[in-house]
Design a protein around this ligand. Structure first.
Ligand code: HEC
Length: 97
């Protein structure tokens, strides 16, 4: 599973006006500490880099509302702190890496 390279995003980059904010959110919430330095996932933690934007936003919204309990409560805790517009920006940014 971890042997396949991730699909590289080949479309337009994320809007420049949201990149800095999204990077700051990644740093603030330490997404890298669990999902890996390149957000490619590690151990049992899934890759989030280059995930489809709509799936990504839906996953975070689900964790936030607790409609989606994880096998591990980590994401529910992270998502509680995210505002809806922050989820949108993170999805737009990370899906285009
Ligand atoms: C403390 C560790 C931890 C941190 C910090 C963390 N995550 Fe996660 N994340 C996880 C785990 C564990 C899962 C799998 C949970 C499950 O069972 O659904 C996950 C799942 C996800 C998923 C769903 C992926 C999929 O394929 O279903 C997304 C999206 C995600 N994380 C985004 C983020 C973002 C964005 C941040 C930073 C704002 C972040 N995570 C920070 C541990 C973490």
């Amino acid at each position: 599973m971890a042997t396949l390279p991730p699909p590289a995003w080949s479309g337009a980059p994320a809007a420049p006006n949201l990149v800095a904010g999204a990077q700051a959110l990644v740093a603030k919430h330490q997404c890298n500490s669990c999902h890996g330095p390149e957000l490619l996932g590690q151990d049992a933690i899934p890759r989030i880099r280059g995930q489809r934007e709509d799936n990504f936003a839906k996953a975070l919204a689900g964790y936030k509302s607790n409609a989606r309990p994880g096998y591990d409560p980590a994401m529910n805790e992270v998502a509680q702190e995210l505002k809806d517009d922050e989820i949108r920006d993170l999805a737009a940014y990370i899906s285009r890496l």
